[in-house]
Design a protein around this ligand. Structure first.
Ligand code: NAD
Ligand code: ZN
Ligand code: ZN
Length: 346
């Protein structure tokens, strides 16, 4: 079968012929119906070869959807042909965090050699993929897999990032979203649906700002050296109650820290260059600001996000590619040319 793989760090991915896998005990084989390309893939592709954390070559794709094609021995909760989405941040299932559904924060995954598809295991950018356990599958029902697959990360991650700030985002407050890409454009819609807050979106071009307004931002500001002043013109002295940085580069983290108001939240979701950081100290930011950097989301939260989509409150923008065109999807992702999420349909 065909698969899009990272072969050599620092190089573009490659479309290669690999063996179709067979499910072992407890595993499930999916015929992939859709796979989303995430900016984190681009980060991984550009990691240095020395100390590269994953086995190579590795099939990319940590956003996956499919139909159950074959069931390993011992799996009783699934039927062949069922349409499912893959919950990607696989954990052990039994540690304290996993038992709360927070497999993204499994404390034993590393020692047990458990890793997500596309981030340590063979991913979804292929005709078939292995899922390690039936509990990592969520029924799609009649959701379109192409529109739904970004929800497994580009929807789940903003949802998990936004939820703890919901009690603060009451009427009259402001939420700032930096980066209206795959994650950001769903983040804006989640904020619109879940809060009465005014939403200010920041991005780097007029096109991206227009897109942010289309998906629900009330105001937009160009993400440049004047961004802090321009956001503060809108918020006044109150500043922003919550800032969600879906970029994570030093200039955007600085903007986030510059626009947040007293008792506000700064939520750093973007990985940026991997080293950018927020500076926190008594005299550095307004009183009682909280800074957090969440990773992905919980199993129950994926079910909730898919339910929101089923209720029609999330409109996921996708650009569709075949597996043969998948390398172009990654090129456009790296060049910042996409509108919403690139989804590969094998
Ligand atoms: P994307 O490429 O789809 O979107 C990025 C957006 O940010 C684009 O619209 C781009 O124009 C905009 N942008 C770039 N530089 C900017 C700047 N200086 N100021 C404002 N906007 C800017 O990326 P994505 O797939 O949505 O991922 C976003 C980030 O989140 C990436 O860093 C990715 O690695 C990270 N990520 C983190 C998690 C997590 O669990 N924390 C999960 C998924 C993705
Ligand atoms: Zn991702
Ligand atoms: Zn665990």
């Amino acid at each position: 079968m065909k698969a899009i793989q990272i072969v050599k760090p620092g190089n573009p991915p490659e479309l290669r012929e690999v063996d179709k896998p067979t499910p072992g005990p407890g595993q499930v084989l999916l015929k992939v119906t859709a796979a989303g390309a995430c900016h984190s893939d681009d980060f991984v592709l550009n990691m240095p070869a020395e100390g590269f954390p994953y086995p190579l070559p590795m099939t990319l794709g940590h956003e996956g959807a499919g139909v159950v094609a074959e069931i390993g021995s011992g799996v009783t909760s699934l039927t062949e042909g069922a349409a499912v989405a893959v919950y990607g941040p696989w954990g052990c299932g039994v540690c304290h965090f996993c038992s709360r559904g927070l497999e993204n924060y499994c404390t034993r995954a590393a020692e047990l050699g458990i890793a997500p598809p596309g981030l340590g295991n063979e991913g979804a950018m292929a005709e078939y993929m292995i899922v390690d356990d039936a509990r990592h599958l969520v029924p799609l029902g009649d959701l379109d897999p192409v529109a739904a697959v970004p929800l497994t990360d580009a929807g789940l991650t903003p949802y998990h990032a936004i939820k703890p700030s919901l009690p603060k985002l009451v009427g009259g407050t402001t939420a700032v979203v930096i980066g209206a890409g795959g994650l950001g454009h769903i983040g804006i819609q989640l904020l619109r649906h879940l809060t009465p807050a005014r939403i200010i979106a920041l991005d780097v071009s007029a096109d991206k700002l227009a897109f942010a307004r289309e998906v629900g931002a009330h105001e937009t500001v160009l993400s440049d050296a004047d961004a802090v002043a321009n956001v503060r013109k809108i918020t006044g002295n109150d500043g922003a109650t919550a800032v969600f940085d879906f970029v994570g580069l030093q200039p955007t983290i600085d903007t986030a820290m510059g626009v947040v108001g007293t008792m506000g939240d700064v939520v750093i979701v973007g990985i940026g260059d991997g080293v950018a950081a927020a500076k926190v100290g008594f005299f550095t930011q307004p009183y009682e600001v909280s800074v957090r950097a969440p990773y992905w989301g919980a199993r129950d939260e994926l079910i909730e996000v898919l339910d929101l989509a089923r209720d029609g409150v999330l409109e996921v923008a996708t650009e569709q590619f075949s597996l043969d065109d998948g390398l172009e999807a990654y090129r456009r992702l790296a060049a910042n040319e996409l509108r919403g999420r690139a989804v590969v349909v094998p």
